[in-house]
Design a protein around this ligand. Structure first.
Ligand SMILES: Nc1ncnc2c1ncn2[C@@H]1O[C@H](COP(=O)(O)OP(=O)(O)OP(=O)(O)O)[C@@H](O)[C@H]1O
Ligand SMILES: [Mg+2]
Length: 330
């Protein structure tokens, strides 16, 4: 059966006063029903642009091209606004970073949830159905909460309300773009675990977008690592987290604080430099300037994704050699 979401060769360019930008440079990704895919990378890697393309929410000046963007067997390329309205919320739901901006501060939270849900699944907008769903996402005394205003709820509760709203619409795919960045670490872990648990029950496909590889460990089935608008590594979460094939993935892993290791490690790892501005066509490995293993060949031509052990694909000329030699970064 075809994947729930199947994206091939997605490219996005934007004309700006500073020249033509290429925030997404040929991205492939797929999500099966009941699967959690994490898209990970630093700020500016093109994660949100990729999500916006899948949701038909790109900025007007952005230009998209793709070999295919298929959702449940049908193409999402070239849909009109009416067709998008039929899909967004109802079949593809989005959970945003800051739940404060998702709710209007002037109206009671229950009225707002009911209005959104009624548009897509009228039967789920009944107060009893809403309260039951709030209970499932861990909101206590849900009837009372529905009568409150957004500012009366903590960030964690607002986020749970947003997840409940998305689930009440019974979508086939949920895209959560940095859903927990505004929350503290314990609440982050709870919310992500909750999303992953609910997702397994309902067999909805879930895409979690984050810059923090640590938060997806334990919830993602597969991980796609993006750097500078490209996929640099993709594969099963276990393989990527235990033996990363790309130096960038390794760098992201080194940035995660590990309990017990803190005594041995006096400083947390970091990746020197910044994500390059997405200008011009690539003629070399995009990560070369920040890579601890860089060799002259890395700067001579663009590097393609290649298959490696553990069912992974890695965009690094030296990935195979480094894995077999187990060379530690300098
Ligand atoms: N409306 C826009 N106009 C011009 N450039 C944009 C616009 N939105 C994003 N960009 C650029 O596109 C690139 C990718 O942005 P994107 O928002 O997809 O990154 P991201 O990976 O989601 O980062 P973050 O973790 O900060 O959310 C960046 O270089 C960004 O500056
Ligand atoms: Mg983003």
């Amino acid at each position: 059966m075809a994947p729930l979401l199947d994206v091939r060769g997605l490219r996005i360019s934007i004309a700006t006063d500073g020249g033509l930008l290429h925030p997404v440079r040929g991205v492939d990704l797929s999500v099966e029903r009941g699967e959690t895919l994490a898209i990970v990378g630093e700020s500016g890697c093109g994660k949100s642009m990729t999500a916006q393309a899948i949701l038909g929410l790109l900025p007007r000046k952005a230009r998209l091209s793709a070999e295919r963007i298929d959702f449940d067997g049908a193409s999402l390329i070239g849909l009109n606004q009416r067709q998008w309205r039929g899909l967004r919320g109802r079949r593809i739901a989005m959970i945003f970073q800051d739940p404060m901006t998702a709710f209007d501060p002037c109206y009671r939270i229950g009225d707002q949830i009911a209005e959104i849900v009624r548009r897509h699944r009228p039967e789920s907008a009944a107060p009893r159905a809403m309260a039951a769903m709030l209970g499932r996402v861990g909101v206590s005394a849900p009837e009372d909460r529905l009568g409150q205003y957004p500012h009366q709820l903590s960030g964690g509760l607002r986020q749970r309300m947003m997840i409940a709203t998305a689930l009440l619409c019974q979508p086939d795919l949920i895209i959560a773009d940095e859903p927990t960045t505004a929350l503290d670490v314990t609440i982050q872990a709870q919310i992500l675990r909750l999303l992953a648990d609910l997702q397994k029950e309902t067999s909805v496909g879930l895409v979690v977008i984050t810059h923090d590889l640590g938060v997806v460990a334990g919830i993602a089935d597969r991980i796609t690592v993006m750097y500078g608008g490209e996929v640099v590594e993709t594969g099963a979460a276990g393989a990527i987290l235990t033996s990363p094939g790309h130096p960038y993935t390794q760098g992201l892993l080194d940035c995660i604080p590990t309990p017990g290791e803190t005594a041995r490690r006096t400083t947390l790892g970091y990746i020197p430099g910044t994500v390059p501005r997405p200008v011009g066509e690539l003629t070399a490995c995009n990560f070369a300037d920040r890579c601890p293993h860089v060799e002259p060949a890395c700067r001579q031509s663009r590097v393609g994704l290649a298959a490696h052990d553990g069912g992974r694909s890695v965009r690094c000329l030296l990935a195979g050699a480094r894995q077999s030699r187990k060379v530690e970064p300098a």
